[in-house]
Design a protein around this ligand. Sequence first.
Ligand code: CMC
Length: 389
Amino acid sequence: TGFITLDPGYKNSGSCTSEITFLDGELGILRYRGYSIEDLAEQASFPEVSYLLIFGELPTAQQLAQFDADIKKHTLVNEEMKNIIDGFPKTAHPMGVLSALTSALTAFNPKSVNVENEKEMYDAVCKTIAKFLVIATWTYRKTMGYPLNYYDNTIGYVENFMQLMFKLPTGPYAANPIVVNALDKLFILHGDHEQNCSTSTVRMVGSSHAGLFASISAGVSALWGPLHGGANQAVLEMLEEINKDGGDTDKFMAKAKDKNDPFRLMGFGHRVYKNFDPRARIIKKAADEVLNTLGVDDPILAIAKKLEAAALEDEYFKSRSLYPNVDFYSGIIYRALGIPTDMFTVMFAIGRLPGWIAQWKEMRENKEPIGRPRQIYTGHPLREFKSNK
Ligand code: CMC
């Protein structure tokens, strides 16, 4: 079988070549298709960045308008999908429901995409972007017991997110532009992050030529875990726990450093960023702006600031290069914007969707072989069968 290298967690193994995202963990650099994340977050819109990630170039004004119009052609979700949502208990976690609904889209769109056909691929991209937003917000409406909303084709994608989530049949709804602007930025910052756990999952599942919806549904499941996208929910829960406990951040710092205690400081550390997370820098600034403009005064924020300052000065954290990551601040903004805690990871999924699509498309276009890692067997040698009955 030849020589097998063992690299648990793929800490030093590349799984593919990619032209989508450049990341330098030492220098804290993140670029999509060569454009710096700072420029994109400041100057571009989320649909524009989605187009860039998926198709490789920034769209012209006409291409962007067409993209928007083509997404709008697919914003209706089959009414029978509602029967599936009805089957879930109200208490179901939105990420579990989102994964299931994304997978269910395969049943309503059974024809697999021919990646070599540009038009078919383009339609599949628009369809996925349109329907995923709608079902993502439906997971929240389900938990609230509210009627499900429909996409409003007269307004933009991010405004639609707010409307789909919060519009009630009892009155008009207009999204706060400050909130829309902050969300646009947050979605951009989550757009892609090379071969992270969920993206690798999407590529791995897709490498067996499973369809786009099936692969993305697997990505949603991978994202859900607290060591990955689920960290943003875990951060808020941790801050709430510290607050309830009396706000003693030193006590929780000590717990995080105790090797006999499984507790970790959520929102700190990153597999590849060892000096700082460039997304966290942009988000921290945005968080300050949003909180000031909205006039939010929240004891949780004071705890977050205290924890951040303590960790940045702490030898344990410094020696292991553990800095606040994107999830530390994103949860704080989502909370200020009125997004419920168990929807935080769904927000991450909406932002990461264009990255998953871009990576799936690239993997198929590059005709990558099926993903099939090897292992080193450490079990029993051959044993003689003798029944234990
Ligand atoms: N709190 C306390 N100790 C930590 C933490 C933490 N948050 N993160 C890492 N460590 C320690 C760890 O115990 C180990 O110590 P030692 O060398 O003494 O055994 C050392 O730092 C290296 O950690 P690791 O687990 O080997 O590092 P990793 O690259 O496998 O894990 C990580 C990276 C992000 C999973 C981890 O830092 C972590 O669990 N962080 C908390 C969860 C979190 O915020 N996740 C979001 C990541 S960013 C968004 C995303 O990509 O999804």
